[in-house]
Each structure stands twice: as structure tokens, then as C-alpha cells.
Ligand binder design. Structure first.
Ligand code: ZN
Length: 245
């Protein structure tokens, strides 16, 4: 365990030391009632139509992709995030993942479902319902935590929307350093090749890939590459929150 921690820490830049320290602090205790979650402020302005990057002004949807997508389009077809990763939204995720506190899974899934019925209607074409697939945790991390937050939310979203749910479409084959502890420049390398479709498994043609937080897009990209290599035709990434500068 000590060797593992040392291997982790040598990757850290000074700025991410603060992230390490933050994980050691007691998590805040946000109001997790359904009525409080219903008031969490969603991002209301324009987004990149491809990767879903938040713009700070302008109506949604934005007509043209962001600079990153214009230069190198991602492997997924579109990504959207509901909330900025800040305030109670962030506190609730940190408390659940790092302090094993309860998470308002049903209320958050309901907010996602409502958004699919409104602003994200075009993400689910009629007649081609996607299968909801959560970003998997590494088995060791799943064993340690006892749950995978994206899978819990994806399961509940599937129930609300009626979309099929397949938590085993993807598996995570390795876990180096947790993405949350790395600067953006190292995140793509850290998860490159970390996901695969289990041997003999048929991949649904249309997939709604669900994760809790979108930061650099490295995890979504690695998952999308694995799914498309296995035959998926369409991948829409949806995350509860998106990191904001
Ligand atoms: Zn973009």
C-alpha cells in the first residue's frame, strides 16, 4: 500500500497537492433532500455541440464546436453535463466517493431525466433508444468502496426513462492513479487503453455513457474508443457535473 501511494504521489504537480490535501479534509455536508437537489442550478448557457464544454454566455445550443473539438473531434458523438462541478453538486459527489456518505441518486437521476425531456431531447432519437452504460470502476476500487456511483445513477436513470441498462458492456482493466488526482496533461495517458469490452459480449449500437464528472474528457474518450472498436455506432456521453475553471 505504501509503495502504491508513493507511485501515485510522484505524478503530482504542486497544484494537485492541494487536491490531495482536499481529499483528506472532512467532506462538507450539503442538503441532499429531493427538494434541495431540485434547486441545484443547471448550466443554462451555450455548450459546445460536440463535447459539451460550458460557455459562459449565449443561448444553448452553440452553433459551432469549441476549439479543441474543431482541432481534434473526440471519439464520442456528443457529450453533455447537467451541473457545474461546484458548490453542493461537488460536495455531494466528494462526500459519496471519498467519505462513503449517502448520495441523492434518485433525485439526481430525475433531474437528468427532466433535462432529457427538455434541453437534451435531440440526444435520444425516436426509434433508436440507446442503452445506458455506466463508466465502470476498477474491480479493486469497487471492492473498496462497495459501489460505483455512475452505475447507481445510470440504473436509476434507466428506470426513469425506460431505456435499457447494461452495466457490464464495459470493464476497467487497470487503475493507475485516480483521475481526480492528476493534472489534465496526464489524464489521457493514465486511462488510455484502461477500458475494454469483455470478450464475447455484443455491444449495443447506440450507447448513452454515464459518468459522474467530466473533467478533461480523457475517461469518456477512452471508453468511447473501446466501445467503437467493438462495434458501437453512436455514443452520447452524459455526466452529472462538469469541471469548471
Ligand atoms: Zn468541444
Amino acid at each position: 500500500m505504501i509503495r502504491y501511494r508513493i507511485c501515485e504521489l510522484k505524478h503530482l504537480t504542486p497544484s494537485t497537492w492541494f487536491g490531495e490535501l482536499r481529499h483528506l479534509l472532512p467532506a462538507a455536508s450539503p442538503d441532499l433532500s429531493a427538494s434541495a437537489v431540485a434547486r441545484w442550478p443547471a448550466h443554462a448557457f451555450a455548450v459546445c455541440p460536440r463535447c459539451g464544454a460550458f460557455f459562459v454566455s449565449g443561448p444553448a445550443p452553440h452553433p459551432s464546436p469549441c476549439g479543441l473539438c474543431a482541432a481534434a473531434p473526440p471519439s464520442f458523438d456528443a457529450a453533455r453535463s447537467l451541473f457545474p462541478y461546484a458548490g453542493d453538486v461537488r460536495a455531494a459527489i466528494v462526500a459519496a466517493k471519498y467519505a462513503a456518505r449517502p448520495y441523492p441518486v434518485d433525485a439526481v437521476a430525475l433531474r437528468l431525466h427532466e433535462t432529457f425531456s427538455e434541453r437534451w431531447r435531440d440526444l435520444i432519437p425516436d426509434g433508436a433508444p440507446p442503452t445506458v452504460v455506466p463508466v465502470p470502476a476498477h474491480p479493486w476500487k469497487y471492492f473498496r468502496r462497495g459501489f460505483n456511483l455512475p452505475a447507481l445513477i445510470a440504473s436509476r436513470l434507466s428506470r426513469h426513462t425506460g431505456l435499457p441498462f447494461d452495466p457490464l458492456a464495459l470493464s476497467r482493466t487497470r487503475e493507475r492513479v485516480p483521475q481526480a488526482r492528476l493534472p489534465g496533461s496526464l489524464r489521457h495517458e493514465n486511462v488510455d487503453g484502461a477500458f475494454r469490452v469483455p470478450r464475447g459480449r455484443t455491444v449495443p449500437p447506440a450507447i448513452l455513457l454515464l459518468d459522474d464528472v467530466y473533467t478533461s474528457g480523457a475517461t469518456a474518450e477512452a471508453c468511447a474508443r473501446a466501445l467503437k472498436s467493438a462495434g458501437a455506432a453512436s455514443i452520447v456521453v452524459v455526466t452529472v457535473a462538469r469541471a469548471v475553471p
